[in-house]
Write a protein that binds this ligand. Sequence first.
Ligand code: ACO
Length: 375
Amino acid sequence: MSFDKGLAKTVAAETEMSFIDGERGVLEYVGIDIDSLARNATFEEVVYLLWNRRLPTRDELGRFVQLLRSNSELPEPAWDMIRSIPPDAAPMHALQTMVSSLALFDPEADINTPEANDLKAVRLLSKTPALIANFDRHRKGLDMVRPRQDLSIAGGFIYMLTGEEPTETMERALDVCLILHADHGLNASTFASRVCISTLSDLYSAITAAIGTLRGPLHGGANEAVMHMLDEIGSMDDVESYLDERLRNKDKIMGFGHRVYKTFDPRATYLKTFAEQLAADTGNTDLYQMSRLIEQIMHERVGDRGIHPNVDFYSATTYFSIGLDVDLFTPMFAMSRIAGWAGHCIEQLSDNRLIRPKASYVGPHEQPWVDIDDR
Ligand code: ACO
């Protein structure tokens, strides 16, 4: 039996949701190119596609959107639970706790029929924006804002976060980010969710495991690191020296490179165009210009080695332009990826086999027992 450290060469699941070809820079959801989805679809439409393996008709989409909106209100005790979280808690810890606690108020939490799980997926996706936005309000000492039933997931989130009507540009910007992050093969957090559900645990536990996995800086935390880097560089004049020093020291430049994509990250293509438009609309052009300069210099220095901007590079400036605090960037990733995690869990249960790989034991054998007084 061969040992594959990090499982990079191991195929551990079959999926009908997303397809990745790292050499050609392709990402498809159910066979549809991500760029085309980002340009044309809404996040709700993409979730329907991922969960049903086909695009909805106008009527089906209308009913699905209604179902999501009618499930967006939090159970009453959840509001007190948000207020009980220490305001200085890391938002990803808060999110993991809040999502996990939703199971306490769901009478179907432990029912694993396809019908119950479909509804739990809807509840999880619809309620998460209220959890993240209201935790942010709580830590800033602001009153809670309840979800509105007449807004999209993206628009409703901005409304709860700011207490103001979302502008069309901001709603669309967030919607595009949600579409681009919704699913990505058997990434670490998705794998964690499939392992959890494969024990016939429950969807809340599986999503909680995935959130804990996403928060690591080698996975979902990179978008926050990009923003810290832009902050650290500070001005256009310092970009070149910053990059050259980092590259000389063999440090990684945040938002560049990808384990799978070696030509380009297809999620970054449209986001880059969009980030430019958003920067102009919101007056954040300095940050965008700095990002372009970083991209240009990185292209000159390491482009021939397949190191290009990844989705995190331009999602950082996009989130910043929307007005999100940096530590909400990874929770935004989670808010979108719940679509992928829930879809994968339901897919796993449809043809389940306990995921239980082996470890190669490399310790000693045939050791004598030594009494505690003689050690
Ligand atoms: N900046 C500078 N050099 C880089 C970068 C980078 N961002 N990424 C890779 N390299 C270099 C490495 O130093 C290494 O050089 P060497 O051969 O001289 O030692 C070579 O490219 C290969 O690097 P690896 O780390 O082995 O490549 P891998 O494919 O394993 O890494 C990863 C991919 C982890 C994403 C890496 O590119 C990285 O750390 N990037 C920065 C963090 C980041 O943006 N992560 C987000 C990824 S996208 C997402 O998670 C949604």
